[in-house]
Ligand binder design. Structure first.
Ligand code: DAH
Length: 333
C-alpha cells in the first residue's frame, strides 16, 4: 500500500509539472485528490491493513495530499502570474506619446454676424422671435400692407408653393405674427434672424436664399429718434466707434416714413445695409394695435451685406459653397 501511495505521488507530481494550463491543473486536482480521486480510492483499501499500520499509512496519505496541494497551488500561481505579465506587456500605454489633435470646426461667418447682432440687441432689451420659412401670403404680404395688386409685390419675386403659401421673401412676416401673439400688450421689442427666399438669379451679389434679421419695437410714444439711436448703437458695435451712418428716404409699404440705412466704408464709400421705418398705422391696426395709442419702428438687416463688409468678402456665393479654405478663416473668432 505504501508503494502504491508513493508511486501515485510520483505520477501526480510529474503530471502537475507537465500541466499546460489552469484547466489541465484543475482536472488533475480532481483526478488525484478529488472525492472520487485516486488517492481516496487507494485509502479505501485501508480496512484490510493491520490496525497498527493504519495510522502510519493515514499519516503518509495526508502528507502526500498536502504536498500535491502545494504543488498544484504553486503551479496555479505561476500560470496566473504569466497571464498577468502577458496582459501587462500587451496593454502598456506610453503616456509620453503626443496626443491626437482634435479637429475643431468653426462658426460660419453668417452665424458669427447673427450672434453678434443678437448680443447687441439683447443688450438693448430685445427678445429673439421666430417664424416659419414656409409662410402664408397673409403674413408675408397682406398684413404688411401689400395687397394682391400692389406694385411693390413685384420688388419681391417669390417662390410660391400654393396660391396662398410661399417661401417667405423677408423676415418682416414675423412682425405681424409677433404682434398677434402679444395680443395688444406692450412693449414689443424683438429681433428675428432667419433665412429668406427670392426668385433671383445667383451672382456675386444676389442669392435666391439669403439671411435677414428683422427688428420690431412697438410701445407708446416710440419715435424716429429712438430708431436712429438703436441703429447708431448697432452700427458702432458692428463696425467700430465713429462709423458714419446716414438715413436715406425710401419706400416700404409697411413703414411710413421709410428709410434705407447706409454706412460709410473707407474703401467702398456709402453702402446700404438695411431698410427701416416707422411701422405703418395700417400694419398696427391689422395686428390689433390701435395706431392712435401705439407707435413703433421696424428694420430689416441684410446679414450677408454686413458679413461681406466686415470680413471683406467679394462674392456672396462664398457663404453657401462651404469651401473649407473659406470657412477656416473664421476659426479664431
Ligand atoms: N423687408 C424689407 C426687405 O426685405 C426690409 C425692411 C425694410 C424691413 C423696412 C423692415 C423695414 O422691417 O421697416 O427688403
Amino acid at each position: 500500500m505504501r508503494e502504491r501511495l508513493t508511486s501515485l505521488q510520483d505520477e501526480a507530481a510529474i503530471a502537475i509539472a507537465n500541466a499546460e494550463s489552469l484547466d489541465a491543473l484543475r482536472e488533475l486536482k480532481v483526478k488525484y485528490l478529488g472525492k472520487k480521486g485516486e488517492l481516496t480510492s487507494v485509502l479505501r483499501g485501508m480496512g484490510s491493513l493491520p490496525p497498527e499500520e493504519r495510522p502510519v499509512i493515514g499519516g503518509l496519505a495526508n502528507e502526500i495530499r498536502a504536498q500535491l496541494d502545494l504543488l498544484i497551488a504553486e503551479k496555479e500561481s505561476a500560470f496566473e502570474e504569466a497571464a498577468l505579465n502577458e496582459q501587462l506587456a500587451t496593454e502598456t500605454i506610453d503616456v509620453t506619446l503626443p496626443g491626437t489633435p482634435v479637429k475643431l470646426g468653426s462658426i460660419h461667418p453668417l452665424n458669427l454676424v447673427i450672434e453678434q447682432l443678437e448680443d447687441v440687441f439683447i443688450g438693448m432689451g430685445f427678445e429673439i422671435a421666430e417664424g416659419p420659412e414656409v409662410e402664408t401670403d397673409q403674413y408675408n404680404f397682406e398684413a404688411l400692407n401689400l395687397p394682391k395688386e400692389h406694385p411693390a409685390r413685384d420688388m419681391q419675386d417669390s417662390f410660391y408653393i400654393t396660391p396662398e403659401t410661399l417661401l417667405r421673401t423677408h423676415t418682416s412676416s414675423v412682425q405681424v405674427r409677433t404682434l398677434e401673439k402679444k395680443e395688444g400688450h406692450v412693449p414689443v421689442r424683438i429681433i428675428c434672424p432667419g433665412k429668406v427666399y427670392r426668385r433671383d438669379d445667383d451672382d456675386a451679389t444676389h442669392s435666391h436664399q439669403f439671411t435677414q434679421v428683422e427688428g420690431l419695437v412697438v410701445d407708446r410714444g416710440v419715435s424716429m429718434s429712438e430708431l436712429n439711436g438703436v441703429l447708431l448703437a448697432l452700427i458702432e458695435k458692428m463696425f467700430g466707434e465713429g462709423t458714419e451712418m446716414r438715413l436715406r428716404p425710401s419706400y416700404f409699404p409697411f413703414t411710413e416714413p421709410s428709410v434705407e440705412v447706409d454706412i460709410y466704408h473707407p474703401e467702398k464709400g456709402w453702402v446700404e445695409i438695411l431698410g427701416a421705418g416707422m411701422v405703418h398705422p395700417r400694419v398696427l391696426e391689422k395686428a390689433g394695435y390701435n395706431p392712435e395709442r401705439y407707435s413703433g419702428f421696424a428694420f430689416g438687416i441684410g446679414v450677408e451685406r454686413i458679413a461681406m463688409l466686415k470680413y471683406d468678402v467679394d462674392d456672396i456665393r462664398h457663404f453657401y459653397n462651404n469651401d473649407l479654405r473659406f470657412l477656416r478663416q473664421f476659426r479664431s473668432e
